[in-house]
Design a protein around this ligand. Sequence first.
Ligand code: PGA
Length: 250
Amino acid sequence: MRKRIIAGNWKMNMDHIEGSSLASLILEGIGEKELPCEVVVIPPFTTLPAVAEVFAGSKVDTGAQDLWYEDAGAFTGEISGSMISRLGCRYVLVGHSERRHILGEGSGILALKLRAALRAGLTPIYCVGEAAEERESGNAEDVVEKQVREVLEGLGPEEISRTVVAYEPVWAIGTGKTATPEDASGMHSFIRGLIAGIFDKEAAGRILILYGGSVKPGNASELLGCGDIDGALVGGASLDAGQFLGIIFS
Ligand code: PGA
């Protein structure tokens, strides 16, 4: 049985003061309750140390939203995987659609970033997903296949066993539109099939594939009830402790 992850991507929201308050509210809301899944909070870089401190020793993990692909050196403005892991973080997003579409990151750089994350001992959450036009023209699977192959092919068995995939259809991110559970789980099993083809059945059976795109307390349990959906990457709803907790305990 695969574990389940609920990850909250705060994007460019919550400075370190607001972020520690939100982290404390999440911890209070969890209280003594047993977590039904792994919970990961992914704040902006400057908020990360404060949030990591609030969650230190708790059951909640932290992650970063991006990393650079070299381990150190003259890369003004960039942050390395080891800087992130030394804060106690376990996860890092790679290839979020906002980085692909606003910052123009493509497979070449994302393949390097994913490997840098693994080198630093982090678990990369590799985001894939098609845009609205690509779905409308019937190309969603081709687009996702290319994103998966170009970045994950060539990883060793140990590396793929430490990698998480998040399927986030671009048209569902921050729009209030969610993929139907049928469409989402169809794409999740397609991705799992790709992993089986590129690697093997064991890797496919083990890899966690999260769904992202307007996940809310009201739609979480239906989506998470689908066999191939192993958790959620939550944007907007993770900025509200009540809603985030609603998804965690859905
Ligand atoms: P959303 O964002 O939940 O606000 O749609 C998801 C994401 O971008 O990871």
